[in-house]
Design a protein around this ligand. Structure first.
Ligand code: HEC
Length: 486
């Protein structure tokens, strides 16, 4: 009992109320879903004579079951993380705990992501490279011989469903679901728990943490609904108009995020949105279509061709979405892309170039060639590299160099609040990326990066929280132009 009391007293009153309310709310949602499942299965029992209606009810039951698992696991992850966070909040363990949550979830996210994208690239390659002409057996659409890992493999694709659906049919879906779940958790850990550090930039828009979180999560939902409607509308049959609308939609969201969030958060949110569309495609369209196809085959019926077509359309989209999303996942390392004024346009430019590269690869796998694609993509990339090049002119080659003492003074005034062994910043309690400028030797050691972040891309101080002036940036630049001497 004393152990429990001391455990509970670690939490603030607000956190205890929040956790309590969250547990009750989640409990109610799970109970409602369970009740709905029971009612539906009772209905299915009653309607035994009408097999179609029973089937529909069973499909609905499946969906309810899946939703319940998603709600359960998401809530469990969210509650555990929040409880740990609330437990250590305000203590010296806070940033350590957040760092470890970040590490474990990021690791999982990358591993699931590789599994998902790996499988999807593989099947896409398979589809593109099948031999569809010579020596095909009855009912087979194509085959492929391959050698890998010291073994020979022979694969066949059926034109329709096989005569008997095998008992062990492997489904590729959990890679996608877990990639999204881990990605969303990462979004919470890095951007939402502590929204003031990375999510909000008061120079872009002075949001409260709650507003910023609501915009972030809300946009993921709205984005999916809009995209899904678009795909279901007759527009999806238009080969030029539809991709154009999709492109404008992604551009509009990139512009929007860049005008409400900090630049890094804006990039990640575009990635999170595209990732949500991708997993939504798997969860809401591809897997349900495949389930219906399997069911039709079991009932000895021809599956509705629309099912396969819908699944294929969404799978195509996912294929082209992959490269932009992977760039966004690593974009935080590249301040020249997210740091500029038109950062949203740079993101869209890079995405377009990568979509072209993907298109080229797809054509190549099919044995077709379009020689213009790759040069256009490469020219686009070079144009982007030039567009993001620093525009800073040399400003003081003729004057004498500022002394190291002056530079040190600026950095002490504007940077060591965060970059120190004992940061005084109200939020960051550990030196970001382990970089500390309270030892002047490090200013020399990291001089290139200091110039890059504080002068060229102006991405430091973060959100200019410490109010560095242009004169101070110029001073660091002059020191740079004179060879960064100590
Ligand atoms: C409010 C806190 C804060 C202040 C003040 C601040 N930084 Fe940073 N800095 C960060 C954070 C957070 C990161 C890690 C995220 C990133 O790279 O954007 C970072 C990263 C960096 C990096 C990149 C390190 C790497 O691994 O490449 C450099 C260089 C840097 N800061 C320089 C500076 C300089 C120079 C100043 C002062 C002009 C400064 N920072 C002021 C928070 C701050």
């Amino acid at each position: 009992m004393p152990l429990l009391t001391s455990f509970v007293t670690h939490f603030s009153r607000e956190d205890l109320i929040f956790i309590g309310c969250a547990v009750i709310a989640i409990g109610i949602v799970l109970w409602v879903l369970r009740y709905a499942s029971l009612s539906v299965s009772r209905l299915a029992e009653k309607k035994q004579d009408d097999s179609k209606a029973v089937q529909r009810l069973h499909n609905f039951l499946d969906e309810l079951g899946q939703t319940r698992s998603v709600v359960f696991y998401c809530s469990l992850i969210f509650l555990s993380l929040y409880t740990v966070y609330a437990f250590v909040k305000g203590t010296s363990y806070e940033s350590h705990a957040v760092e470890w949550m970040n590490l474990l979830i990021r690791w999982a996210h990358v591993v699931f992501g590789i599994a998902w994208i790996g499988a999807s690239f593989y099947f896409n390659f398979l589809e593109n490279s099948l031999n569809r002409t010579t020596g095909l057996k009855e009912g087979i659409a194509g085959n492929l011989w391959a050698i890998h890992g010291g073994g020979f493999y022979y694969l066949e694709k059926y034109k329709n469903a096989p005569p008997v659906i095998p008992k062990h049919l492997h489904w590729f879906k959990y890679e996608a679901y877990f990639t999204w779940l881990s990605g969303f958790t990462l979004l919470i850990i890095v951007y939402y728990l502590d929204a003031k550090t990375y999510l909000i930039d008061p120079n872009v828009m002075a949001l409260t943490p709650m507003q910023a979180r609501a915009i972030g999560i809300g946009m993921l939902g709205i984005g999916w609904l809009f995209y899904d409607l678009l795909c279901k509308s007759s527009l999806s049959k238009r080969t030029i108009l539809f991709p154009l609308i999709l492109f404008l939609f992604i551009t509009a969201t990139a512009w929007f995020f860049a005008h409400v969030f900090s630049s890094r958060a804006a990039y990640i949110h575009v990635g999170a949105l595209i990732g949500t569309l991708m997993v939504g495609n798997v969860f809401r369209v591809i897997i349900p279509s495949q389930k219906a196809m399997v069911q039709a085959a079991r009932d000895g019926q021809e599956p509705d061709p629309k099912l396969g077509k819908n699944a294929l359309l969404r799978s195509r989209h996912n294929n082209y979405f992959t490269l932009p999303v992977i760039f966004i996942m690593i974009s935080n390392h590249f301040p020249s892309t997210y740091g500029g004024l038109l950062n949203w346009a740079i993101l869209i430019g890079l995405s377009l170039a990568s979509v072209l590269v993907k298109h080229y690869l797809n054509l190549m796998e099919r044995g077709e060639k379009a020689v213009w694609i790759l040069p256009v993509a490469v020219t686009g990339m070079i144009a982007l590299a030039l567009a993001t090049a620093p525009h800073t002119k040399e400003i003081c080659k003729d004057n004498s160099s500022p002394s190291f003492t002056e530079v040190n003074a600026v950095i002490t005034k504007r940077c060591v609040q965060c970059h120190s062994s004992h940061p005084t910043d109200d939020i960051l309690k550990v030196a970001p990326n382990g970089i500390m400028f309270d030892d002047p030797k490090n200013i020399i050691k990291y001089s290139d990066r200091i110039i890059n972040r504080a002068v060229l891309t102006k991405t430091m101080p973060q959100n200019n929280k410490t109010g560095i002036t242009q004169e101070e940036r110029d001073l660091i630049q002059c020191w740079g132009e004179h060879g960064m001497k100590q």
